[in-house]
Design a protein around this ligand. Structure first.
Ligand SMILES: Cc1cc2nc3c(=O)[nH]c(=O)nc-3n(C[C@H](O)[C@H](O)[C@H](O)COP(=O)(O)OP(=O)(O)OC[C@H]3O[C@@H](n4cnc5c(N)ncnc54)[C@H](O)[C@@H]3O)c2cc1C
Length: 426
């Protein structure tokens, strides 16, 4: 399978992808990375910069996973809000996590700049409140972040003024975040891949890792051969499956879906999102959207917890879009696609060591464009032996989902469905 076989607007508009061979025979490297998304490629770049020999093994094509299919929102902070984090790890650590979240957005921008990655990088997000309670919480967030974190990039927009910024229906207020960014996720991912390659990273595609064993180092096995390495990085996120049972229980894979409309006329596009920011809402199953370079609405909404995607993804996502923009009822939908991401119990990523030689980072819970990129850098720091910042993230408790790997937790799926239902009811 290739990214081209994903019916996404991204695959249709990304430049032709360099083909990399599949692993054949034996190879030796300092660090072997499993997974060619943001986590794996960012780790590869930062490890190469520190002088390590690096090999990436990707089971499909680079960017085939969530990194090539997502909403392209580059949000500030962490997926969990700061007040939740303060309760979880205390104010000081919460501040460190907040700073890392801001650094993550900067890092995305710096990599784009350093490697001249053309990926339509744009500024700003408008988060809209789906309930009056959510509007109150957004307003409180502005004050909390200004007072405790000296963060002044947020502006609360009253319900009565929201119509100037967007024709989104049923919203009770909004939050403009001028520190957030948005981009073309697959172009960004393939740009990271080109950068890694330029720095001398060895890349194999269509090379699925079946298992590995640890002795003096780690031997990593694919069907066509094996790689011997000192350190192994697992950068598989929602696609980890049963590869590493010691940590698989930290994450739950869920599927999320997007559509792209036909190109809109200028006036309609500006009515939907006046300032060309990204947009999101406060529902438990978040809706998120933005305009593409060719003025399509790229809209993400709806998720599922089964292994299989719905047979008609366009029809699955369309009602979420129409609830917010009924004016698009006659607009053609040109693309529909899905992807798998990993969530954690507390919505904070899980970074750590499965053993002294095996590192992992996953569970970005829908906030991976910045945080997976940063996690790659932190993994590189940890391997290079300067693990302070890695440990700030790794210290956040990462409770296990009961039941282990893929869909062995009917109770949790029921819980997710309950909150999704609450979204629909109001
Ligand atoms: C529809 C959707 C919308 C999203 N929207 C946003 C958003 O707007 N903003 C945001 O911040 N985040 C968003 N996310 C989440 C974000 O995309 C992910 O957190 C991020 O891409 C994770 O990057 P990654 O490199 O860890 O994983 P991935 O990009 O999923 O890469 C993992 C790779 O590992 C490979 N792999 C797995 N197992 C093996 C194996 N055994 N051998 C070899 N290779 C293997 C896979 O083939 C895959 O390519 C969204 C996700 C989805 C699915």
């Amino acid at each position: 399978m290739s990214t081209a076989s994903v019916d996404s607007w991204y695959a249709a508009t990304a430049p032709a992808q360099t083909e990399h061979p599949a692993l054949a025979g034996s190879a030796r490297t300092d660090v072997c990375i499993v997974g060619g998304g943001y986590t794996g490629l960012s780790a590869a770049i930062h490890l190469r910069k520190r002088g390590f020999e690096v090999t990436v093994l990707e089971g499909e094509r680079l960017g085939w996973g969530a990194s090539g299919r997502n909403g392209g929102h580059v949000g500030t902070g962490q997926r969990a809000d700061q007040e939740t984090l303060e309760a979880l790890v205390g104010l000081e650590q919460a501040k460190a996590l907040w700073s890392l979240g801001l650094e993550a957005v900067d890092l995305v921008c710096e990599l784009i700049d350093e490697f001249a990655i053309a990926c339509d990088l744009k500024i700003g997000n408008l988060d809209v409140a789906a309930t009056p309670k959510a509007a109150r919480e957004l307003r409180e967030e502005v004050d909390h972040l200004a007072e405790n974190y000296d963060f002044n990039a947020l502006r609360y927009v009253e319900k009565t003024d929201l119509g100037e910024l967007t024709s989104a229906q049923g919203m009770h207020g909004g939050l403009v975040n001028s520190a957030a960014r948005h981009l073309h996720p697959l172009q960004y991912c393939l740009g990271l891949a080109r950068a890694a390659e330029k720095l001398g990273v060895t890349i194999f595609e269509n090379s699925r890792v079946n298992h590995y064993e640890e002795k003096d180092g780690v031997r990593v096995h694919c069907e066509g051969g094996h790689v011997d390495c000192d350190h192994l990085l697992l950068a598989c996120n929602g696609y980890l499956g049963k590869l590493e049972p010691r940590v698989a229980g930290q994450i739950m894979p869920i599927n999320n879906y997007m559509l792209a409309t036909e190109p809109l006329d200028e006036a309609t596009a500006r009515r939907l999102i006046r300032d060309d920011t990204s947009m999101s809402d406060t529902r438990f199953v978040i809706n998120y959207w933005r305009l593409s370079e060719d003025r399509r609405l790229l809209f993400g909404g709806g998720e599922s917890y089964r292994a299989r995607f719905p047979s008609d993804i366009k029809a699955f996502v369309r009602p979420y879009m129409l609830k917010i923009y009924p004016e698009l009822k006659d607009t053609r939908i040109d693309y529909g696609w899905g992807g798998t991401l990993a969530i954690t119990m507390n919505r904070m990523p899980a970074l750590g060591r499965a053993s002294p030689r095996i590192f992992y980072a996953h569970g970005y819970s829908g906030h991976g464009v910045p945080i997976a990129t940063l996690s790659g850098k932190l993994l590189a720091e940890a391997i290079a032996g300067t693990a302070e910042r890695f440990d700030v993230m790794a210290r956040v408790p990462s409770p296990r989902f009961p039941g282990g790997t893929l869909l062995r937790w009917p109770g949790l799926v029921a819980g997710m469905l309950y909150y999704a239902l609450r979204d629909r009811l109001g």
